[in-house]
Design a protein around this ligand. Structure first.
Ligand code: GCU
Length: 339
């Protein structure tokens, strides 16, 4: 694993921020996979800052129109909306996912934002694990990593870098992701207890939602549509979910005693908002073992009313997405727990 700072621009975002990019290379081999970690740092701070580490869907350059962000050279899913053709990103997609990343808001509140493109770690299609970081290892056995686990591993490698960056307080890094990348942030946080806070945005099946409810996306459905996401053993439970020895509240509980936040949206039944709340609720007894309070309520709160102590939760009005409202709650939660 090698880290190389490839740019450090103190005049970013009209002088409000430092834009830093770190090239991460993963192997001794000639054709090593590489990933670029983008970091925005607030200026005029008093020592190392806490940070949000996030993983994104379409490339770092899509989170903000800032012309200084490098464009990924990795595979990207084609999309007219995002301006991606032939699985390659170019200038057309710059800033196209801006609404999901409250960059200025995060910086104003005194946090750094670090982000990595998931396709730099492992392209999101089923290819028998011939590409991405998987190709540096032997083919996964049925109990070994799929793509979600590889993305989570990538987040831990970003944290390895952040631990070396003197402008970041690596003991105060929150890991955040949306949807399949919310499943990823939960898994990263469960496995790597260096993450001080863990955020799941609309993560749904295989993330925060309880599998046994079989509401919205089911385990069978997800394993069929996305065979590369989980380990192969998971498919054994496609038709007998009640035999699964775990459910997703145990994933949430693996974050304890560190704070964890689960967010849902009213227009996102596929991710089962109520099931997402319930896994937070049922992780509560584990937080109690540490003398900590979990969600602090007994029933699914109404929309736009954030709740919770060490387990935060909200149901936002609107669709499957990440909005400024979501970020506002994550910032408030992080202020309470990291500052
Ligand atoms: C699909 C998938 C979900 C996933 C979502 C996303 O809808 O079924 O499990 O969370 O894609 O990542 O956007």
């Amino acid at each position: 694993l090698k880290f190389k700072i490839i740019q450090n621009d103190p005049t970013a975002l009209g002088g409000q921020a430092i834009r830093r990019e770190v090239l991460i290379t993963f192997a001794r081999k000639e054709e090593t996979p590489e990933a670029t970690l983008l970091i925005y740092l607030p200026k005029n701070t008093d020592g190392p800052v806490p940070a949000f580490l996030t993983i994104n869907f379409v490339g770092n350059h899509t989170i903000h129109p800032d012309p200084g962000i490098s464009i990924t050279r990795s595979w990207v899913r084609n999309s007219k909306d995002w301006g991606i053709e032939n699985n390659r990103a170019d200038e057309r997609s710059r800033g196209s996912r801006r609404s999901r990343w409250a960059v200025e808001k995060i910086l104003k509140r005194g946090y750094a934002l670090a982000t990595i493109y998931y396709g730099d770690i492992d392209p999101d299609y089923d290819d028998g694990f011939a590409n991405g970081v998987h190709r540096l290892y032997s083919k996964p056995k049925p109990d070994e990593w799929g793509s979600i686990s590889a993305w989570a591993w990538g987040l831990s490698r970003c944290l390895d870098y952040l631990e070396t960056d003197r402008d970041i307080n690596a003991k105060k890094v929150a890991v955040m992701g949306h949807s399949r990348l919310g499943k990823t942030s939960l898994w990263a946080g469960a496995q790597d207890d260096r993450f001080a806070l863990v955020i799941s945005n609309d993560s749904g099946c295989g993330g925060a939602a309880l599998s046994r409810r079989e509401f919205g996306e089911t385990v069978k459905r997800i394993n069929t549509s996305f065979p590369h996401w989980f380990c192969d053993n998971f498919t054994q439970y496609n038709d007998r979910i009640n035999d699964l020895p775990v459910d997703q509240h145990l994933l949430i509980a693996l974050v304890a005693p560190r704070p964890v936040y689960i967010a849902s949206a009213t227009g996102d039944p596929w991710a089962d908002p109520k099931g997402e709340f319930l896994s937070g609720y049922h992780a509560g007894p584990v937080y109690k073992l540490f003398g900590l309070e979990g969600v602090g309520v007994d029933s699914h709160p109404k929309a736009d009313h954030p709740v919770g102590h060490h387990i935060g939760y909200h149901l936002r009005t609107g669709k499957h997405d990440v909005t400024d409202f979501d970020w506002e709650q994550y910032l408030n939660f992080a202020d309470r727990h990291l500052k």
